[in-house]
Design a protein around this ligand. Structure first.
Ligand code: AMP
Length: 115
């Protein structure tokens, strides 16, 4: 737990949010500023600042996080139509919260915007 991190505060329950799934390894909650009808953030409960900070010991956790994303997409009813998973990394990508997260976006036809 990093006490300066808003996602750590969401994970611990200190900061209220719309949590839709939580277990001992990951937490998923709705993005406060949704960019699509479904916009969920899936995060490891462990504080990892970004993809750049992922260590060898985290490899199974990252796989687990993607499996959780897929399950949540199915539960949200967007699996068949398709969805996008995005992880911004660093300043040029516009990362604003330095706790690793995967954006799950769907529920509409998404534009292919690579920048
Ligand atoms: P990124 O720009 O990839 O770091 O994404 C950070 C995301 O976190 C943005 O889409 C924000 O809207 C979202 N966000 C920031 N604060 C909160 C919060 N308290 N609850 C839910 N989502 C948040």
């Amino acid at each position: 737990m990093n006490h300066d991190c808003i996602f750590c505060k969401i994970i611990s329950g200190e900061l209220p949010s719309a949590i839709i799934f939580q277990d001992e390894r990951v937490t998923a909650f709705r993005d406060i500023n949704p960019a699509a009808p479904t916009h969920i953030l899936i995060v490891p409960n462990k504080h990892i600042a970004s993809v750049e900070a992922v260590e060898e010991a985290d490899e199974s956790l990252i796989g687990y996080l993607y499996r959780a994303a897929s399950r949540i997409a199915r539960e949200e009813g967007i699996s068949e139509a398709g969805y996008r998973l995005i992880t911004n990394t660093g300043a040029n990508a516009g990362q604003t919260v330095f706790h690793l997260h995967v954006h799950l976006l769907g529920g509409k036809m998404l534009k292919l915007a690579l920048d």
